[in-house]
Write a protein that binds this ligand. Structure first.
Ligand code: NDP
Length: 484
């Protein structure tokens, strides 16, 4: 038998017993002086950090991005240069459910990747859909509240979901995708990922481009029907966590082909859709996806809490060669993600091993709860004591001109912008007959929940009629709304 280490307190002192508390005689009361017992009980009470308000349930793995093509004419970002190999961490998740909620709920899936680049961490915090429900962060907390639980009975409520959606017509494209079988992927390995937002790329000469990212699954897209997804909720609520872990443990490494759509900077102004509106895609015919490399997941975490629960992704982590765009949802997320981490896992979350960059950190930020690494003197800039000094050179190229009145307003409409057009294209040109049948059934099933009121149903029908007359008629028929 191998020799076992001695149990200790967290201060490294040998523990007196794994089984018995200190008591006054074998049958007497326990003693406050039993520090080992007190420490165990007190620490147990503090095992949980707050779960994420959104994307609480998830799983993840490590992987490698390998760039096989040359896109140096578009970006100087080192991780995208020909032949570059970059270690990364991904976290897949559902959005609305809590930490223990079923993996096969109908929901978009988070697809958040952290690249440990030689220029610091680059986070691409995407979804398995190319678009989103809303286009202004002003509406984000309201949207999420409508997806979560009611105040009175603490139940999720389809009536409030439709109440929000039908009054937010910009949601129609994303709700369309959600109501197809892509809303219930068979596994995380069998879904595509999208950066969803538009980002800025700039090359070594400072030339600028707009970019969208696509991760196309090499396993093929595979979805569940609504009935299959429901069945799995009862059979194995952790299906997707288990599937990914087992695939990697068995050496069956999932991979994705990485593609980008590139729009020359100047074309944004006159493009037929507002290219920064996250409720829209850039049709492939306008900006054909270009393959740039491959991304393979090849290593499981060893400690779920440390490496996945404490993983902190933030769209604001942008490395030289990559910048933000004026996408309003992106602008909101640049603030809200790091702010959520400061609340959830503390102001020094970037010092945790999973979040720490693989490059040296020379920051003047210091102290705070759980500070583990701290700057030495000098602790301020500017200084004459040889402390770190900022270098603007790598960032040359990330700026662009903007001007305008300060307003509260919708986006400027481009020639073909409306809330329903791209959802209509999906229904008319992309979905097969079977896809359409399932989409209608999924909508009707969702809007037939007992809490959906008789007054709400015609609004649901109207919403879908705006996407397409046939779709609206079929939903009306399914919901028993007259005029269908
Ligand atoms: P294309 O015909 O060039 O592309 C349509 C794309 O739709 C496909 O390439 C595929 O993208 C995706 N798709 C295929 N089957 C389904 C399905 N059952 N459910 C959801 N998406 C599917 O047309 P456009 O580029 O002009 O886009 C037309 C519509 O397709 C858009 O309005 C949008 O609704 C949808 N779409 C477009 C995407 C884009 O980036 N242009 C991406 C995804 C959907 P993929 O291989 O990425 O899954």
């Amino acid at each position: 038998m191998t020799e076992r280490p001695t149990t200790t307190t967290d201060a490294g002192i040998a523990a007196p017993s794994d089984e018995h508390s200190q008591s006054v005689g074998p049958d007497g009361p326990l003693l406050l002086q039993d520090h080992y017992l007190i420490q165990k009980m007190a620490h147990f009470n503090r095992e949980r950090v707050p779960e994420r308000v959104v994307h609480a349930k998830g799983g993840g793995a490590y992987g490698t991005l390998e760039i096989t093509e040359d896109v140096s004419q578009y970006t100087k970002a080192k991780l995208f240069q020909p032949g570059a190999r970059t270690e990364s961490l991904v976290r897949f998740s559902t959005v609305a459910g809590e930490l223990g909620s079923p993996d096969t709920n109908r929901d978009p899936r988070g697809f958040a990747i952290k690249f440990y680049t030689e220029d610091g961490n680059y986070d691409l915090v995407g979804n398995n859909t190319p678009v989103f429900f809303i286009r202004d962060p002003q509406k984000f907390s309201d949207f999420i509240h409508s997806q979560k639980r009611r105040a009175d009975n603490n139940l999720r409520d389809h009536n409030m979901q439709w109440d929000f959606w039908t009054q937010s017509p910009e949601s129609a494209h994303q709700v369309s995708l959600l109501m197809t079988d892509r809303g219930t992927p068979a596994s995380w390995r069998h879904m595509n990922g999208y950066g969803s937002h538009t980002f800025l790329w700039y090359n070594a000469a400072g030339e600028k481009f707009w970019v969208k990212y696509h991760f196309k699954t090499d396993q093929g897209v595979r979805n569940f029907t609504d009935a299959e997804a429901d069945e799995w909720k009862a059979k194995d609520a952790e299906l997707h966590v288990r599937d990914l872990y087992n695939a990697i443990a068995n050496g069956d490494y999932p991979s994705w082909t990485v593609q980008v759509q590139i729009m020359p900077f100047e074309e944004a102004a006159d493009y037929r859709f507002n290219p920064f509106d996250i409720t829209k895609v850039w049709p492939h015919a306008d900006y054909p996806p270009i393959t740039i490399g491959t991304w393979t997941l090849n290593r499981n975490p060893q400690n779920y809490f440390a490496e996945i629960e404490q993983a902190a992704f933030e769209p604001a982590n942008l490395v030289p060669g990559i910048g933000a765009s004026p996408d309003k949802m992106l602008q909101g997320r640049l603030f809200s993600y790091p702010d959520a981490h400061r609340y959830r896992i503390g102001p020094n979350y970037l010092q945790l091993p999973v979040n720490r960059p693989r490059t040296e950190v020379h920051s003047y930020n210091k102290d705070g709860a759980m500070a583990y690494t701290n700057p030495s003197d000098p602790v301020y800039a500017p200084n004459t004591a040889g402390g770190p000094a900022a270098d603007p050179e790598p960032w040359r190229g990330d700026g662009y001109g903007v001007a305008g009145e300060i307003v509260r307003s919708a986006y400027t409409l481009h020639a073909e912008d409306d809330d329903f057009g791209q959802a209509r294209t999906l229904w008319e040109k992309v979905l097969s007959d079977t896809d359409r049948d399932h989409m209608v059934a999924n909508i009707v099933g969702h809007a037939s929940a007992p809490e959906v009121t008789a007054e709400m149903k015609p609004r649901v029908v109207e919403y879908w009629r705006n996407v397409h007359g046939d779709l609206g008629d079929r939903v009306a028929k399914g919901l028993g709304v007259s005029g269908g």
